[in-house]
Design a protein around this ligand. Structure first.
Ligand code: 5AD
Ligand code: SF4
Length: 483
């Protein structure tokens, strides 16, 4: 699969996957809803907020869309292919609706925001179109739709963070959870549709984040991933919050930067691992790196998307850093945390990209020695700066050839990185049974590498930490033995 669907974070086990949540007993609710999520972890986290809002208004979740009264798709617009996947799924729901005309079908997320009411003209079966900042209005819109009107709310907000809503954990392994800390993006990378679909950047109340993480820890979770399009620009000012009548805010407290937030979450317990995603290379500060290096339980892993290794392309992309600046940042990370894992996002075939630019990308990947990358070919998105300013002039065959070279190089780098772990021992948080065998555990190292090892008759359980010595590997997985 070349064109991976993801955004904001990257959990390889969930990439591009859709899922259907379930309530412990959906029958205790009057009605049932079914939800599938596409794209980034932010969307998966949003679906958990939607589930909470729907539970409050009498809808229990089901895994089976054929028994649902309400079917929702939480959609992604990042690349054209992501949108095509959703359209295909809607065709299947159209068949269902012919048999059960009473069922409501709703489109949420980025595609809803991008296409707005055009969706209702294009896809006649859709009853609800709700953008990422309008989920609180879902119950009202459902009532309208039940009365036969189409329900649309795609208003973007400068304030909405859903801070007070406790997400209903869906399809959770009970060990790791995502916690949204900010929404939106102000960056305006020229290829990216996110600033248009998710609106302006805003940070969630720090106290509500800490409370959510503490509650997760107290109910057995052992890892939280702090999520945002650009986590390093997290900033919460209690004084400002008091002015906007936020009851959690204490004006005597200092403003909370991302580094301070990380530190506070890390202090909840040494047994709680903390991860975060995504960082913009221009915004990740020394303060964040130093905080990471001070706390053993802040995972030594940074997803630092570079997008291209060519200065000319980086400028066209409006990434606001150069190749040299990026390499210096990677060096600084390695200097402070020599064992830190680093991964990237890379786009092949952006407008005007030459063979030389492409070689710059390959060469930068080699210099950074990425442990892992998410790799895409450029997909022009309507309304973005690149679509308005530049011609999408690289033929598809060239884009694919370049992407193929990037993927091959990354496979080689990932294998090399895993091979360098042979014989080393890692502290691993057990997430559950290995996919291939329930005689094996699957967990992760602090560097976010998947580690598989035999249970060996021991009485460990999910959420336990164990030490595993690596005995062999593939490009994707470390295999080892518990010691
Ligand atoms: N075409 C291809 N890839 C894109 N991304 C964002 N927009 C596009 C696009 N128009 C990639 C970037 C980003 C990741 C989440 O998706 O690499 O970091
Ligand atoms: Fe898109 Fe750039 Fe913002 Fe990431 S930082 S969401 S790539 S505009």
């Amino acid at each position: 699969m070349l064109d991976l669907m993801r955004h904001a974070t990257h959990d390889e086990n969930r990439q591009g996957e859709s899922f259907a949540p379930f309530a412990e007993d959906p029958n205790e609710y009057g009605k049932k809803f079914y939800i599938e999520s596409y794209g980034c972890q932010m969307n998966f986290a949003d679906s958990e907020i939607v589930a909470s809002i729907l539970n409050e208004s009498g809808f229990g979740a089901t895994r089976n869309y054929e028994e649902a009264d309400l079917v929702l798709l939480n959609t992604c617009s990042i690349r054209e292919k992501a949108e095509q996947t959703v359209r295909k799924r809607l065709t299947e729901f159209r068949k269902m609706k012919k048999q059960r005309p009473g069922v409501l079908v709703g489109v949420l997320g980025c595609m809803a925001e991008r296409l707005k009411s055009k969706f209702l003209e294009e896809e006649q079966l859709v009853d609800l179109v709700v953008g990422p900042d309008a989920y609180r209005s879902l119950p009202g819109l459902i009532v309208e739709a039940e009365e036969g009107q189409k329900g649309v709310n795609v208003l973007l907000s400068r304030e909405e963070t859903y801070a007070d809503i406790s997400p209903v954990r869906l399809e959770s392994n009970g060990v790791s959870a995502f916690v949204s800390i900010m929404r939106g993006c102000n960056n305006m990378c020229s290829f990216c549709v996110v600033p248009f679909t998710r609106g302006r950047e805003r940070s969630r109340d720090a106290e509500s984040i800490i409370k959510e993480c503490e509650a997760l820890f107290n109910s057995g979770y052992r890892e939280v991933t702090l999520l945002g399009q650009n986590v390093d620009s997290y900033y919460w000012d209690p004084l400002q919050a008091v002015q906007s009548q936020n009851n959690n805010a204490n004006p005597a407290q200092d403003a909370v930067t991302f580094a301070k937030l990380l530190e506070r979450v890390a202090r909840i317990s040494p047994l709680l691992r903390v991860r975060f995603s995504t960082s913009h290379p221009k915004d990740i500060t020394d303060e964040v790196l130093l905080t990471m290096s001070r706390h053993e339980n802040i995972c030594k892993y940074i997803h630092l998307p570079v997008q291209s290794g060519s200065n000319r392309i980086l400028q066209l992309m409006n990434r606001t850093y150069t190749r040299e600046w990026y390499l210096a940042k990677v060096n600084r990370i390695k200097e402070l945390m020599p064992d830190c894992g680093i991964s990237s996002d890379i786009i092949a075939g952006f407008c005007t990209e030459t063979d030389e630019d492409h070689l710059d990308t390959l060469n930068l990947m080699e210099s950074c020695g990425y442990d892992m990358s998410y790799m895409f070919f450029y997909s022009e998105r309507p309304g973005t700066l690149a679509q308005r300013r530049y011609k999408d002039d690289i033929p598809e065959s060239v884009k694919k050839k370049r992407l193929d070279e990037i993927v091959k190089l990354q496979n080689r780098l990932s294998l090399k990185s895993n091979q360098s772990d042979l014989g080393k021992t890692f502290k691993v948080l057990i997430e559950g049974d290995s996919k291939k065998s329930d005689g094996d555990w699957m967990g992760r190292s602090t560097q976010n590498k998947v580690v598989v090892f035999s249970k060996n008759g021991s009485n460990h359980k999910k959420g336990d930490y164990v030490h595993v010595k690596v005995t062999s590997c593939t490009g994707a997985t470390l295999l080892g033995e518990m010691i």
